[in-house]
Write a protein of this length. Sequence first.
Length: 120
Amino acid sequence: MKKAIVIGASSGIGRELAKLLVNDNFIVGATARRVGLLRSIRTVDRGKIYRQRFDVSNSNISKELDHLVKKLGGGLDLMIFCAGCEAKNPELNINVERRSIGTNVYGFVEVVNWTMNYFI
């Protein structure tokens, strides 16, 4: 069976992609920071979704992803990054933007770096 990881699988596009992958006979490692929403995918997982909570803005991404690949039984065929956040910030306060930057920039870059190194 093919194996995929979906980063940001608790809602929206990430959640729907995780469902589609399961229906396409993938084993899926689903990650998100919102555990309650991540758990709710159980209704469609058919035993093929392995959930792992982590927030890309403050986790040790490499160790978390290494652990998740082991939970999948080793090997990975596909990585999907759907994590993201945004906040209304009409005052343009940099402290408000730091969370978005942590997830949308640094988190993304760490996942892409891990993925490239993994596939190389």
